[in-house]
Design a protein around this ligand. Structure first.
Ligand SMILES: *[C@@H]1O[C@H](CO)[C@@H](O)[C@H](O)[C@H]1NC(C)=O
Ligand SMILES: *[C@@H]1O[C@H](CO)[C@@H](O)[C@H](O)[C@H]1NC(C)=O
Ligand SMILES: *[C@@H]1O[C@H](CO)[C@@H](O)[C@H](O)[C@H]1NC(C)=O
Ligand SMILES: *[C@@H]1O[C@H](CO)[C@@H](O)[C@H](O)[C@H]1NC(C)=O
Ligand SMILES: *[C@@H]1O[C@H](CO)[C@@H](O)[C@H](O)[C@H]1NC(C)=O
Length: 779
């Protein structure tokens, strides 16, 4: 009742607005003011009240545009004159009687908001978010949908050569530094502002080659985003439509250059959710970190850093980039050489704006050449090509798996204003000195760390037990106790009962503590001589781990050539035995998810609570053991490191069956904790589907679980993965999405174990995972 009265009141006051065909029509003579005082409004609402056209506050000033008024987060979707000055409070938006939509300042100056070719007879804020001007015949003469800023709405169409520009920031809607273009070649792609539209600069491209000149980006009200070719044939479905009512969508090229598909449920008070984003590597948009800076992926967020010899121009504004932290002296032929060194940064690339390219057999010679060249400030060295560059260096980012080496000229006394005057010396030697220096420092760090560790341990022990007979060696202070081989031989009855054979050795059953405690004793394969010394240290680290989802190392034996580990006995066998049983005896879905959660907790403990951090390197259902209460515990952690030379063996062992081994092992890259995330992802798929990751008895397309799972996910047919088992669809989708994130080829894109656990627990949203191959094709 009240609303009806209010509506009546409104229509009485604003006679210039009339309702027509379910839309509010605005007639010439209407006026808006920023604060909506004196009988005017500050905006015109759409019929449903969802969208509004008018003034919105912008810091201490105002701007004109279209925003979503029907939700708590008044989200801007279009901005008029986005690069114009901010508007003062005494400005007016006048839909003049002669049919122009203009801004009038108090001083009388005018700015056109919508440059329609003829006078408008009416205007309307439509429920789609489109603001439209009509001529007297009621045909559209101007609409905001034809002039997008940074946001694309359902119903809108982006045709060839149309561009969306990102905003400068979330609060400043003027043009930012990235753009999205519907290209003539049929690709939808993004570029930093101020670059040519060439492969070198583009990122996040979507499309199909050879689809012609007339491809358009389309967006349906159910959130379905897709590319159509000239004859209206679907060529790429970017996002799927959702049948759920009451959800609104938008596609925005955000200030960080990422294109995001957002959804918002009108029935819930939540925030916008990102349902899809592109590209997934947030460091791909060039220029995020400004000149002479570079972008580093940090658990899926972008971090900016300065190149060596540079400091941020302003700590809180990376767009300004970095500047040199030393004076570059005037260059007089070869003299300069003495004032600088070349710093080497592997895995960093930037735009190759080389002014000269020469061939040198080594990177040192390339650095030397740059030092001798007054113009050269940095060089990229790749495949024996030395590409010299001048400042500024732009679009820097860390890129693993790239053989380019970045060399940057750095002042020798970076921090003092009067550089030391060094003797003329041979560069070859200098590089050597650098390497030796670095090695010395690294060695010193290790020594410090080790001695710190020893001292710390010693102190802890001394505090606990003053009468303890000190032995600073790593012999028998904390953690598991040491046994002799003979003792263990006795408790296992001469290694009689074999429990199993693993990657690291054979496991026997035994009983210690006067036969009261059942244990599993692992006799390790022969260690390599250089690993011997690590054995005890490593055992200490393993022995200190106490977590209910880790198998407890009770004792060990380091006696002559024998290396044995004594573990708590797990009476219920391995998880693999339970998981890969025939379907009737499978553990229930809830039970499986609980086990996955427990394992994730165990891994998280190894990654984040252990000092030094433990990388398991061998996570699979066979290494998960079940205790007498059915609690899952991770076994065999910490051993991969001990048996490092065997990793190659593990690699060849598993190669035939694919599986848990991550791509970085194949590429010989540094193994990080993300290998465990990968293996966990593969195992999660196995847990979901109760089958092995490779099963060549199955139909060809189903044989490799990760491929099949991705295909099922892409086609929206996740039910197929479970055969007849009925489970909660939403939960199933979450689990599959999480697993797909974990098994991405690029380690830095895989979530951390902490994130994985949050996702398993349902406390955070899981974005749509990218296709495993989507990073291989830039455009
Ligand atoms: C709107 O603009 C017209 C034409 O410039 C002007 O005559 C009129 O006074 C303006 N209306 C208001 C309320 O300022
Ligand atoms: C204006 O156009 C709409 C459809 O666009 C139509 O339904 C309506 O009748 C038209 N009104 C006038 C006055 O012509
Ligand atoms: C659109 O795709 C269809 C099917 O692939 C093809 O027959 C048609 O020629 C394409 N249209 C254009 C304009 O390329
Ligand atoms: C895209 O989605 C539409 C509608 O859901 C469907 O008809 C079409 O076959 C899909 N096309 C492709 C290429 O996946
Ligand atoms: C810059 O490097 C590229 C790639 O090696 C090369 O093709 C090009 O000729 C170089 N430009 C100059 C000016 O040396």
């Amino acid at each position: 009742m009240a609303t009806i009265l209010l509506l009546l009141l409104f229509s009485a006051i604003f006679i210039t607005e009339a309702q027509q065909d379910g839309q509010l029509v605005i007639r010439p003579g209407s006026l808006l003011t920023p604060t909506g005082t004196g009988g005017t409004k500050s905006s015109w609402l759409s019929h449903s009240g969802l969208y509004a056209f008018g003034f919105y506050k912008h810091g201490n000033s105002y701007a004109v545009g279209i925003f979503i008024a029907g939700i708590p987060q008044k989200t801007m979707v279009w901005t008029a004159n986005r690069d114009g000055p901010p508007l003062p409070i005494d400005v007016k938006l006048n839909f003049t009687s002669d049919g122009r939509l203009i801004l009038q300042s108090a001083q009388g100056s005018e700015t056109t908001i919508a440059s329609s070719p003829e006078a408008a007879a009416a205007a309307s804020m439509l429920d789609s978010g489109n603001f439209v001007l009509y001529d007297p015949d009621n045909s559209t003469i101007w609409q905001s949908f034809d002039h997008p800023t940074d946001t694309f709405l359902p119903g809108q169409k982006l045709t060839t050569d149309q561009v969306l520009f990102s905003s400068r920031s979330d609060t400043d809607h003027s043009k930012g530094i990235f753009r999205l273009i519907m290209q003539q070649d049929g690709y939808l792609a993004m570029y930093p502002v101020g670059t040519e539209l060439t492969l070198q600069y583009g990122y996040g491209g979507l499309g199909v080659p050879g689809e012609g000149t007339d491809v358009s980006l389309n967006f349906d009200t159910d959130g379905h985003l897709y590319l159509l070719n000239g004859t209206g044939i679907y060529i790429v479905n970017i996002t799927r439509g959702s049948p759920t009512k009451g959800i609104i969508y938008r596609l925005t090229i955000d200030p960080d250059g990422i294109l995001r598909h957002y959804s918002h449920n009108l029935d819930q008070n939540g925030d916008w959710k990102v349902t899809w984003s592109n590209p997934t590597d947030v460091c791909l948009p060039g220029g995020l970190c400004g000149f002479n800076g570079f972008c580093v992926l940090n658990d899926q967020d972008a971090d900016c850093k300065c190149l060596p010899g540079f400091i941020p121009v302003k700590e809180d504004n990376w767009a300004l980039g970095c500047e040199r932290n030393f004076d570059s002296k005037s260059c007089k032929s070869n003299e300069v050489v003495s004032g600088y060194t070349m710093e080497v940064e592997p895995n960093i690339v930037w735009e190759n704006a080389n002014y000269s390219t020469q061939i040198y057999p080594t990177q040192e010679e390339c650095g030397e050449a740059c030092l001798r060249d007054c113009n050269c400030e940095a060089a990229l060295y790749k495949h024996r090509e030395c590409m010299k560059q001048r400042l500024p260096l732009r679009f820097g980012r860390r890129q693993q798996r790239d053989s380019t080496v970045a060399l940057i000229k750095v002042g020798k006394s970076s921090h003092s204003t009067d550089p030391i005057v060094p003797k003329e010396s041979n560069k070859e030697i200098r590089v050597d000195i650098l390497i030796i220096g670095v090695s010395l420092i690294a060695f010193a760090c290790i020594v410090l760390a080790v001695s710190g560790f020893v001292v710390y341990k010693y102190r802890v022990r001394a505090n606990k037990n003053i009468s303890n007979n000190e032995q600073v060696g790593l012999g028998e202070d904390v953690g598991p106790k040491s046994y002799t081989y003979a003792e263990l031989e006795k408790v296992t009855d001469g290694f009689k009962e074999e429990l199993g054979r693993g990657a690291f050795g054979i496991v026997y059953r035994g009983a210690i503590w006067n036969g009261e405690k059942m244990v599993a004793i692992k006799r390790l394969d022969k260690l390599l001589a250089e690993r011997e010394r690590e054995f005890q240290t490593e055992v200490k680290v393993i022995g200190r781990t106490h977590h209910k989802n880790l198998v407890w190392l009770l004792e060990y034996c380091h006696d002559g050539p024998s290396r044995l580990l004594v573990y708590d006995y797990m009476s219920n066998g391995s998880f693999a035995d339970i998981l890969f049983k025939p379907s009737k005896q499978r553990p229930s879905w809830d039970r499986r998810i609980e086990i996955a959660r427990n394992i994730a907790k165990g891994i998280l403990y190894l990654h984040e609570e252990c000092e030094p951090q433990i990388i398991h390197c061998n996570i699979k259902p066979h290494n998960i053991l079940m205790d007498e209460n059915g609690c899952a515990k991770l076994a065999d952690f910490g051993l991969a490191k001990l048996l490092k030379p065997d990793q190659t063996k593990t690699y060849t062992d598993i190669k035939g069956t694919k599986g848990y081994v991550t791509p970085e092992w194949h590429w010989n890259l540094l193994v990080t904790i993300k290998v465990d995330v990968y293996s966990f992802g593969i195992m999660l798929l196995e847990i979901i589907c109760c089958r092995r990751n490779a099963d060549f008895d199955l139909h060809e397309e189903e044989a490799l679980l990760e491929e099949w799972a991705y295909n099922c996910f892409e086609c929206g047919e996740l039910g197929k993965l479970l055969n007849d088992e009925v489970v909660d669809k939403k939960q199933l989708e979450r689990m599959v999405k999480l697993a797909l994130w974990c098994i991405l080829d690029e380690p830095s894109l895989r979530p951390s174990m902490k994130k994985v656990l949050h996702m398993l627990e349902g406390t955070v949203d899981i974005p749509i995972p990218p296709s495993p191959t989507s990073f291989l094709t830039a455009i």
